[in-house]
Design a protein around this ligand. Structure first.
Ligand SMILES: NC(=O)c1ccc[n+]([C@@H]2O[C@H](COP(=O)([O-])OP(=O)(O)OC[C@H]3O[C@@H](n4cnc5c(N)ncnc54)[C@H](O)[C@@H]3O)[C@@H](O)[C@H]2O)c1
Length: 447
């Protein structure tokens, strides 16, 4: 992490430095003044809040609909859209328009439909107040940095990065966002569902005693494959089929299982300090499935010795589970990700909490409420920790070694191409047989 520089001795402070500092302070104060004015206008409901969607895929369309349906600030408009590929904008705009009754909430003419790898920057200059960052996670650090620099409130999808340098960039940009008074939400919708908040609160209040261990699962069939298209470059192919490339998607332990890992960290009110684990690919073999594993099993250790056992699998016809469990000295909590939570204190009747509302909507209601009230709102720090925890797990399964948090967070392994454009070389390529190499425990350097 960046260290603060000690102040220079006053004898060495030149008048020029002093003026520079004063004008920066003045500019900062003016910016804050404008911002609080802008937010009080939002609070009064007298202003239309303009939204940009960056990444017009499945979740992006859903996030835009949730934003337009938020119950806190009804005066919102979808104003700009950006995607790497033009057809994604068209289909997404169609889908959002069909889903929203109040068509006047959608105002995205051709001139505010931006296409390309730099399209996100153009949305920031289109007069919007809020950006929804829903691209593949490898792009998140650069797009979050740009949004904060441009002074936008942000909703960004999880995970927030695919490697440690990306996590550090998110943490740095998050600190800037706080200084600028920007609201930042992250798509960990479970944190907003009552069936989660109620049981986690009770666990923190001691309902099941001291935590003994945690178990978290994301075991399912897997996710869709996007086959290579005629005439497509290798980079276009990888960005379209991003799930299967670590530099873009992070592997499914990071992209998907981060939901459960995040709940584990939430129970523990901390991040682990160490991880070791095993993983591999047993059925995920072929030219279409990139370089990611199909299973990971990780034992995370928190300071003080608490363990979290984490399992994620993408193999059809096996036991499926999207769930989180806390075991304490006086009872247990069992949460089905999108089902019911059961809190059992030993010897007492279990308490049940059903899923009442979809957290994807609630998280957007909460973000817009904060924008309206001007309340400080930042989910980026703990989300960055959860993403880093999942990356720590991947480092353990890929390397076959024990990985410590402090070393992992300092990792300089950053495969994301610098100054990415459509002419860039992707960081991984298929071999002569068309297959991509994947990590080999005992051989792969993972941090
Ligand atoms: N919170 C949840 O429940 C949830 C559910 C699904 C997905 N997600 C997350 O949402 C994100 C997107 O997932 P998805 O399922 O919508 O994927 P998707 O492939 O359907 O959509 C991604 C979109 O981003 C576009 N894109 C790629 N690179 C871009 C770039 N540089 N600039 C602009 N656009 C770019 C793609 O063309 C595509 O349209 C991921 O981070 C994923 O983990 C979260």
């Amino acid at each position: 992490m960046k260290k603060t520089t000690p102040d220079s001795p006053s004898s060495q402070t030149s008048r020029r430095d002093f003026l520079k500092k004063s004008s920066l302070l003045a500019a900062g104060a003016a910016a804050l003044g404008n911002l609080s004015l802008a937010r009080s206008v939002h609070a009064a409901g007298g202003d239309t809040i303009k939204i940009a969607l960056v990444g017009c895929g499945g979740r992006g369309g859903g996030a835009a609909v949730n934003a337009l349906r938020n119950v806190a600030l009804p005066n919102v408009k979808l104003w700009a859209m950006a995607d790497a590929f033009p057809e994604r904008i068209k289909s997404s705009l169609r889908g959002i328009t069909e889903a929203i009754d109040a068509k006047d909430k959608i105002d995205v003419p051709e001139e505010r439909q931006f296409v390309g790898l730099d399209a996100y920057e153009k949305t920031m200059g289109s007069g919007v107040d809020v950006v929804l960052l829903c691209t593949p996670p490898g792009f998140r650090p650069m797009q979050f940095e740009a949004a904060v620099k441009a002074g936008k409130h942000v909703f960004m999808e999880k995970p927030v990065a695919t490697d440690a340098p990306g996590v550090r960039r998110i943490l740095a940009a998050s600190a800037e966002a706080k200084k600028k008074g920007l609201a930042v939400a992250v798509g960990h919708h479970l944190r907003h569902e009552k069936k989660h908040t109620e049981v986690v609160r009770r666990v923190h209040e001691g309902a099941i005693g001291d935590l003994k261990f945690l178990r978290v699962f994301y075991n399912c069939d897997g996710v869709g494959i996007r086959p290579r298209q005629p005439g497509e470059t290798e980079l276009q192919y990888q960005i379209r089929n991003w799930y299967y490339f670590v530099w873009l998607g992070g592997d499914h332990i990071v992209e998907q299982h981060v939901h459960d890992i995040d709940v584990g960290n939430w129970f523990a009110q901390a991040h682990p300090v160490e991880a070791e684990g095993m993983g591999g690919r047993q059925v995920r073999i072929g030219k279409d499935v990139g370089e990611i594993y199909d299973h990971h099993a990780v034992e995370f250790t928190f300071a003080g010795g608490l363990k979290m056992f984490s399992y994620c699998r993408h193999i059809p016809n096996c036991w499926e589970s999207f769930s989180q469990h806390a075991h304490g000295t006086k009872g247990t909590v069992d949460i089905q990700g999108h089902g019911t939570s059961v809190l059992t204190v030993d010897g007492e009747k279990p308490l049940k909490f059903r899923r009442e509302h979809d957290g994807h909507q609630i998280e957007m209601n909460d973000l817009f409420a904060a924008i309206g009230s001007g309340a400080s709102y930042n989910e980026a720090d703990w989300a960055a920790e959860s993403t880093m925890t999942a990356i720590l797990g991947r480092m353990a399964t890929y390397s076959g070694k024990i990985v410590r948090w402090d070393e992992a967070l300092k990792s300089e392994i950053d495969p994301f191409p610098k100054n990415l454009s459509w002419d860039s070389e992707p960081p991984v390529k298929p071999g002569p047989d068309g297959l991509y190499a994947c990590a080999v425990p005992g051989v792969t350097k993972a941090w």
